[in-house]
Design a binder for this molecule. Structure first.
Ligand code: NDP
Length: 439
């Protein structure tokens, strides 16, 4: 820590994992003999670069670019790119670290990585976004490839950005290959990838609830975020007979007690890229709370009553006070679509209350799993139908749940899916690292 200050989120993620590994290390001390902890917390490689681009006024602008290639014991590095002004090397490192264990849990041959930039896509024209993406890829292309490192989307990186990034990769290398996932459906993308993270988070909640003899059907659900993960969480919730009543963006929280109007949400966020406040123009029965009116100790969305919560926006968006309110309101299940959305203190509350709590690295792994299915389709030059992709996604989410639950049971803490996810993911990676020697 002394030698690398200000990586708060990375320490938060690493401490959670290391804390959970204590019982495993007591049982299997040979992990110590191979210095696995010292190795696994250190990325294999971190790339930082300058990204220069020209805005519409002709001014040269500069941003920072990152790619952390964290661990390749199980396969090529795999993990998204985040474009958001809050991005720092510490944020990318935390996301890359989480990605190692998440990818291991999918059971698919993918290592862990993550990247991004402090570039803010908000308020930029399409042409500016394109020039930024082209410049970003002009440096990144040296380090990636379909069998080395395969980036995807994350916050601020959707179909439009993946398109511009892919076009530039192709221009620079002359190769048409599966170097990125989340591609357009008519040029190498997988059907069902866009929906996979949100759908997977709902499947994970179903698995958790069914194991407790309960069901998601008829449940009132709280969803945060209004981006890729939140929108397809809401879509799947309707399909399984639940009622999603909230969503949020960086400016405020929307509550529609009759159920969020999904078509309007898609229109506002996917097409117009505007604020959720515009929702009220068509639905006067809904209410909107701007960020300035949020409680000082948390987020307005978690103060609304519901049965199941899906945090789908960003890290640390659910505080201890929020957790207390959710529990007080009788929430019985949390399935995390976002990465590390609950603070460490909030997680402790959920575990102490013994509700069904699915940590992000397990509950949102459906996205990266389907990205790997996109890689498989690209390398065999096929495109699978939706039924096949969705059936695989369902099966993968059920397997992830089972691994987490069985491992928690094995270590004497049934229902502690945090412990189960961390130990199960770690064991796969650590065993592969030992097999591959001191590299
Ligand atoms: P998007 O950019 O599509 O959407 C993000 C949403 O969260 C937007 O509504 C955005 O608001 C809101 N948001 C982002 N940052 C903040 C913030 N600091 N405060 C308040 N609201 C914020 O991203 P995704 O939906 O792809 O990602 C959401 C989460 O899911 C992230 O944690 C990501 O790492 C995780 N994830 C994503 C996967 C994927 O496949 N996309 C896979 C696995 C995890 P606004 O609209 O105002 O920008």
């Amino acid at each position: 820590r002394k030698s690398s200050p200000a990586q708060t989120e990375f320490y938060q993620a690493a401490e959670e994992v290391l804390e959970c590994l204590r019982p495993l290390f007591e049982r299997s001390p040979y992990y110590h003999d191979h210095s696995i902890i010292e190795r696994i917390v250190e990325p294999e490689r971190q790339i930082m670069f300058r990204v220069c681009w020209t805005d519409d006024a002709g001014r040269v602008r500069v941003n920072k670019g990152y790619r952390v290639q964290f661990n390749s014991a199980l396969g090529p590095y795999k993990g998204g790119l985040r474009f958001h002004p809050s991005v720092t090397s510490g944020i990318i490192k935390f996301l890359g670290f989480e990605q190692i264990f998440k990818n291991a849990l999918t059971g698919l041959p993918i290592g862990g990585g993550k990247g991004g930039s402090d570039f803010d896509p908000k308020g930029k024209s399409d042409a500016e976004i394109m020039r930024f993406c082209q410049s970003f890829m002009t440096e990144l292309y040296r380090y990636i490839g379909p069998t080395t490192d395969v980036p995807a989307g994350d916050i601020g990186v959707g179909a439009r950005e993946i398109g511009y990034l892919y076009g530039q990769y192709k221009r620079l290398t002359g190769r048409y290959e599966g170097v990125l996932t989340g591609k357009g459906l008519n040029w190498g993308g997988s059907i069902g990838r866009k929906e996979a993270t949100g759908y997977g988070a709902v499947y994970f909640a179903q698995n958790m609830l069914e194991a407790r003899g309960d069901s998601i059907k008829g449940k009132t659900c709280l969803v945060s975020g209004a981006g890729n993960v939140a929108i397809y969480t809401i879509e799947k919730l309707y399909e399984v007979g639940a009622k999603p009543v909230t969503c949020s963006d960086s400016r405020g929280t929307l509550h529609d007690p009759r159920g969020v109007d999904l078509a309007l949400l898609k229109e506002l966020k996917e097409v117009k890229r505007t604020s959720l406040e515009a929702y009220l123009e068509q639905h006067t029965e809904a209410s909107y709370t701007p960020v300035d009116d949020y409680p000082t100790d948390g987020h307005a969305v978690w103060r609304i009553e519901g049965d199941v919560a899906f945090p789908c926006a960003t890290q640390n968006e659910l505080t201890e006070a929020d957790a207390e309110t959710l529990l007080g309101n009788g929430v019985t299940c949390i399935s995390e679509g976002a990465n590390m959305p609950s603070t460490a203190a909030a997680v402790d509350r959920f575990l102490a209350a013994r509700i069904a709590y699915g940590p992000g690295k397990a509950a949102n792994a459906g996205g990266v799993a389907t990205s790997q299915l996109e890689m498989a389709q690209n390398s065999s030059m096929q495109q699978w139908p939706l039924q096949k992709v969705d059936a695989r996604l369902k099966e993968i989410m059920a397997n992830i749940y089972k691994q987490c639950a069985d491992t928690a049971e094995e270590f004497g803490e049934p229902n502690n899916l945090v412990l189960g996810a961390n130990i199960a993911g770690f064991r796969k990676v650590a065993d592969a690292m030992i097999d591959q020697g001191a590299v």
